[in-house]
Each structure stands twice: as structure tokens, then as C-alpha cells.
Design a protein around this ligand. Structure first.
Ligand SMILES: Nc1nc2c(c(=O)[nH]1)N[C@H]1C(S)=C(S)[C@@H](COP(=O)(O)O)O[C@H]1N2
Ligand SMILES: [Mo]
Length: 195
């Protein structure tokens, strides 16, 4: 009887060490993939030119899908944004614009008209996606029921010149670190309902 218990305890102890070692491996592997994701690939001028879109698509759960160019944005209500800094999550200042021009994301979404089924149907999220598949996410409440809605823009001009890295950039001036939701090479604005 005693030996049986002893073997049982040994077995339990052994399986516990196995669990721990596999957990450690998991942590190591996610750390490695995180590092890879953080790397900023340096593209050749030709490759970065391939990332440029002349129009952005507004699609998903909208009544009027749109294809917007810089010219079509200029025909909407253009706003001027002063002193916009792009700050990476690391704290590094990546860009310091004295003046930019753009259109409110809110105005674009109102034009495309989110397909809402009654006033309680407001659990939507909006993905600003770039050609390199970099993306940022906004929520319906942030844009339509929060001051962030008055601070989220699609830019087409920086310091009196067309924007670099594509023709349009999504930004959120309200963010603490503005780098993450600064989406250059912008390709689409996608509206989805939370399932
Ligand atoms: N399309 C695209 N937009 C992007 C990124 C990216 O990799 N691709 N990097 C983001 C990050 S991490 C930061 S800090 C800012 C500034 O990045 P930059 O240093 O490449 O200008 O842009 C953001 N927008
Ligand atoms: Mo960043």
C-alpha cells in the first residue's frame, strides 16, 4: 500500500515538472515572435512605392461603400491640425508636424453611413488598415460618443506638402502615444459589427 502511494506521488511530481517546462517553452517562443514583429523592415524605395494607394476604400457594414482619393477628401470639410507629434510606444518622437490638413474620420463614416439596426445597435469597430497590413482599431463609441471623435483624422497634407509614405494617413490626436494609431500607407477603413 505504501509503495503504491509513493509511486503515485512520484508520478504527480513528474507530471508537474513536465507542465512547468512546457509553460517556460511557451513563454520563450512568444517572446521571440514578439521581437520579430517589432522589427521595422527597411524597404527599398521601389518596394515602398508599391505600398502607396491612390485611394482608400471604406467598406464593411456600411450602406454606401466609398473610394476616397486626396481630391475627394479636399471636397469634404477640411480641418487644420496644429503641432502634431508622432510618439512611438517606446517614447521616441518619430515626427513633429507644425501643421497638417485632413478630414474627420467621423465625417467619412457619416458619409458611408454605418448600417445600424435601431439605436441600440452601436457595437461596431473600425479598422484602419495599411498596405503592409499594419492596422489600428477604433470603436463606434469613441468616434460618435466621445471627444476622440473630434480628434481622429485622415490626413493628406503635412507642413504644406502631400504626406509621405502613401497619400493618406489615419491619426488620433487624443492618444497618449500617437505612434500606434498613426497608420501610413492607408488602404481601407473597415466597419465591422461585434459578433
Ligand atoms: N503602415 C504602417 N504604419 C505604421 C507603422 C508600420 O509599420 N506600418 N508603424 C507604426 C509605428 S510603430 C510608429 S511609432 C509610427 C511611426 O513610425 P515610423 O517610425 O515608421 O515613421 O507609425 C506607425 N504606423
Ligand atoms: Mo512605434
Amino acid at each position: 500500500m505504501k509503495t503504491k502511494n509513493y509511486i503515485l506521488i512520484l508520478l504527480i511530481a513528474f507530471s508537474c515538472t513536465m507542465c512547468n517546462s512546457s509553460k517556460k517553452e511557451d513563454i520563450v517562443s512568444t517572446e521571440v515572435s514578439k521581437q520579430d514583429n517589432d522589427k521595422h523592415p527597411v524597404l527599398s524605395p521601389a518596394d515602398s512605392l508599391k505600398m502607396v494607394n491612390h485611394q482608400i476604400e471604406v467598406k464593411g457594414d456600411v450602406e454606401f461603400p466609398l473610394q476616397l482619393t486626396v481630391d475627394s477628401l479636399k471636397k469634404m470639410k477640411v480641418v487644420t491640425i496644429d503641432d502634431f507629434k508622432v510618439v512611438c510606444q517606446s517614447g521616441e518622437v518619430k515626427k513633429d508636424d507644425k501643421i497638417c490638413k485632413g478630414v474627420l474620420l467621423k465625417d467619412i463614416l457619416e458619409k458611408a453611413k454605418i448600417r445600424q439596426n435601431g439605436h441600440k445597435d452601436r457595437n461596431f469597430y473600425i479598422v484602419a488598415r495599411a498596405s503592409d497590413d499594419y492596422k489600428a482599431t477604433f470603436s463606434w463609441a469613441e468616434i460618435f460618443n466621445n471627444p476622440t471623435g473630434e480628434n481622429t483624422f485622415i490626413l493628406f497634407e503635412e507642413n504644406g506638402k502631400p504626406v509621405k509614405n502613401g497619400e493618406m494617413i489615419a491619426i488620433c490626436k487624443n492618444d497618449i502615444k500617437t505612434g500606434p494609431r498613426h497608420v501610413y500607407w492607408l488602404k481601407s477603413l473597415e466597419v465591422y459589427k461585434v459578433k
